[in-house]
Structures are given as C-alpha cells and as structure tokens.
Design a protein around this ligand. Structure first.
Ligand SMILES: Cc1cc2nc3c(=O)[nH]c(=O)nc-3n(C[C@H](O)[C@H](O)[C@H](O)COP(=O)(O)O)c2cc1C
Ligand code: SF4
Length: 402
C-alpha cells in the first residue's frame, strides 16, 4: 500500500463512483490499529464538539466488552445546521471514503451493524452509490428529518431506532446505551472519511478540515487547520464581522477574525470554535442584529420545548432580540430588553437536556458584543441593513419541531 500524496484531500475524487474513488485514493488494504492511528494523528471529531476520536472509539469498545453487547456504529451525515453544507458535499463527492471509515470504525470497536444517517434529500443517491460495495455487512442508509436538532446524537439514535429525532438527555450516554440499547459509536461523516485517509497512511488527514464559506457566494473547501482565517475566507474592507462555527457559534469583528488561526486553540483565544465548520462574512451594508435575530428566532422555534430553557428561555430571548433588531423605541425600554436578554441567557446555560440552549445564547452574547454600534444606531432610529436589503444567513421555515 503506498501513501497517497497529502494533496489527495477528501474532495479530490472527480465523481462519487467506486471506480473513481479507488483510482483517486487507492485501495484500502491490510490491518490497521485505528485507535492508535487516530490518537497519534490527534484526530478530533468534526461534528461540532471536537471530541478526541480515539477516546470515543475506546469508550465504545470498553462499554461493549463490559456489557458483553455488540456495538453499533452510526455515521452522522444529517447536517441539521442550515448554514453548513460540508457533509452534504462530502457525501455527494466521496461517499466511499465515508463508507470505508464506517467499516474501519466498526472493525475497531467490534460492531456488527453500520448505519449511515443522511438528510432526507440525499438517502436515495447515497444508497445508489454505495449499493455495489463489496462489504461483508451492508450499510443501512437512514434518512433523518432535516431540522436543527436531528443531528444531536441522542436524537439521531432515536431516529435510527424508528422514533422521533428528539434529544433525550445524555444519561446514559449513547456510547453505553444507544441504538437498540447497545453501545453506539456516533461519528460525523467527515470524521469517518478522515479515518479512511489515515488508514491509507495520509498522516496529514487529521490536520485539515472542511469548511462552508459564505461570502457573496457559498462553497465548501478543505483547508489546513492552523491557517490564518483571512487566508481561508476573504475578509476585505467591506466586511464588518465573521460568523465562525455556525448557529451555535460566535460572531467575531472582521479585524479579529482575519488574523485568527483556524484551529481549536487559535479560535478559543478569541472565544470561538470551529463548530460545524461554517465561516460567514457579513458585509458592512447588512445588519448583524437583524441577522442574529432571524437565526435565534429559528433556533427557538426549532427546539423540542421539552426542557425549561427551551420552553421559557429561548422564545423570550428571541422575541427581545426581534424587538432590538428594529430601529426606534424608547431608550429605557431598549435598555431593559438588553438586560432581560443577558439575564435570561444566564438562566438557560447548562440547564437543558442537550446543548441547544447553551449554543443559542453563545451566539446571542457574541452578537451583543460585536454589534454594539448597530444597536446604538437602532436606538437612534436607524438600521444599516433595513429592508429592502436581502437577508444573508439561510433560515429555513420550521415545520415539525423536534
Ligand atoms: C443541537 C445539536 C445539533 C447537532 N447536530 C449535528 C449534526 O447535524 N451533525 C453532526 O455530525 N453532529 C451534530 N451534533 C453533534 C453530535 O451530537 C455528535 O457529537 C457528533 O455527531 C459526534 O461526531 P464526531 O465525534 O465525529 O464529532 C449536534 C449536537 C447538538 C447539541
Ligand atoms: S434543551 Fe431544548 S433542544 Fe435540548 S432536549 Fe431540552 S428542549 Fe430539546
């Protein structure tokens, strides 16, 4: 087995067929110690939390041994984040890397069934591409509802088991009791595809990441971790702020964003994280408060309303932000709204069964920090991005909430 050049990234294949995949990346052969490979490479998950992959593989294998139960592996390609397209692009360009990662992970933890969860629009095509694979156990492709919470791992396990995609709380964790009550390894599809490259000897695979870039257009590219953000996403003078991570992420002022290193430590130093890999450049002729209010309205409407923070907190925060996004109003009333948002935000953190409230108020707090000038303009009766300026960030209509 010869290692492919480091330039053979996740999106290198010209089409999703098995023949092109093998011609691009070469065959996967021989035994590998996947846990050791992931550990040595420092691979962390690409599903949002950046959890070390080797640690998760070990936890599932240990739980299976301790309970004498055969585990399940689920590839998370549901991508509920409306601004992220990296997983959809990966599945449409390189489904066989994901499939190989799934089987490698299954072998590493001793699993006998493998599931690939994808958005409802992708299931048929992905299933067709994978149909001819010479695997011993077939991959079960499961379409999951395309809404924000569906990709949260406990919600995903519920959907794979044929139930509603509802987060159910972290205890017991899915690596102990997941699909059919069995220890379950849930990895993002990009994480699994990176395992397939690592298994081929491409050691640089853990040091790159897929990002969805929003500028005047939207695209998905693979970039080196540690790159200067301004070299990955053009941040010209006409950009005022960058949304980093996605709708559970953070706004950064353009000047800060341009020079930050795109990795865990670099982003943490400015209070951000890579999250779902979204980078969105907000131009100076748009209103960041209005954009955030639209997103937070969507996030509040997307919650299951199962826990106090989502039932009581997020709708109030969304409503207050909606009022602050409009120019005008009495200064005292606006000041009270700002205090309310800060107080309610403090009350929801750490109180939900999943991280949805925490992620939502992280975005809100960053908007209030970064768009102070815009809030002052609204208090003075003026808005930078008032209609007819079109909306920037994609916000779907919420149908059936979780
Ligand atoms: C509200 C919420 C939504 C999530 N949506 C996704 C998603 O769409 N896709 C995904 O891979 N992970 C999502 N996650 C993270 C998963 O719960 C899980 O951590 C991840 O799939 C693990 O994969 P990784 O170890 O490869 O990062 C979400 C988490 C939360 C709290
Ligand atoms: S915190 Fe919100 S989104 Fe998470 S499970 Fe509870 S109600 Fe649902």
């Amino acid at each position: 087995m010869s290692a492919p050049p480091a330039t053979h990234g996740l999106l290198a294949a010209a089409d999703p067929s098995l023949a092109t995949h093998l011609a691009t990346h070469g065959p996967l052969s021989g035994q590998v110690d996947l846990v050791a490979l992931a550990e040595r490479a420092g691979l962390v998950g690409r599903g949002g939390a950046g959890f070390p992959t080797a640690r998760k593989l070990r936890a599932v294998a240990d739980a299976a041994r301790a309970t004498r139960t055969t585990p399940v592996v689920v590839a998370n390609g549901s991508e509920g984040e409306p601004a992220a397209f990296k997983d959809a692009v990966l599945l449409s360009r390189a489904p066989h890397l994901v499939a190989e990662g799934l089987h490698l992970a299954a072998a590493a933890v001793g699993a006998d069934s493998v599931v690939l969860a994808v958005g409802p629009g992708q299931a048929a095509e992905v299933g067709r591409q994978l149909a001819g694979r010479p695997d011993r156990s077939p991959i079960r492709v499961v379409p999951v509802a395309g809404h924000f919470l569906a990709g949260e791992e406990t919600a995903l396990v519920g959907a794979v088991d044929g139930g509603l995609p509802l987060p159910r709380g972290k205890v017991p964790p899915v690596w102990q009791r997941g699909v059919q009550g069995r220890p379950t390894l849930v990895h993002n599809v990009e994480t699994l595809a990176r395992l397939a490259l690592l298994a081929r000897g491409d050691r640089s695979a853990a040091g790159r990441t897929l990002v969805t870039r929003h500028t005047a257009t939207v695209d998905v590219v693979e970039v080196p971790l540690g790159a200067r953000l301004g070299d990955v996403l053009p941040v010209p003078a006409g950009v005022q702020a960058v949304l980093v991570g996605g709708y559970h992420g953070s706004w950064l002022p353009a000047a800060v964003a341009a020079d930050v290193r795109l990795d865990r430590d670099g982003l943490a130093s400015v209070g951000a994280s890579l999250g779902a890999g979204v980078l969105a450049a907000l131009s100076a002729d748009r209103c960041g408060v209005r954009e955030t209010a639209r997103v937070v309205g969507y996030l509040a409407a997307s919650s299951a309303g199962q826990c106090g923070p989502c039932l009581n907190g997020l709708p109030r925060i969304a409503a207050a932000l909606g009022l602050l996004a409009r120019p005008g109003g009495a200064p005292a009333a606006r000041a009270r709204l700002l205090q309310d948002v800060a107080r309610w935000s403090g009350l929801v953190v750490g109180r939900g069964a999943c991280a949805h409230p925490d992620g939502t108020v992280r975005l809100v707090a960053s908007a209030l920090r970064v768009f102070g000038g815009e809030l002052a303009a609204h208090a003075a009766g003026w808005c930078t991005g008032a209609p007819p300026t079109p909306a920037f960030l994609p916000v779907p209509t919420v149908g059936a909430a979780a």
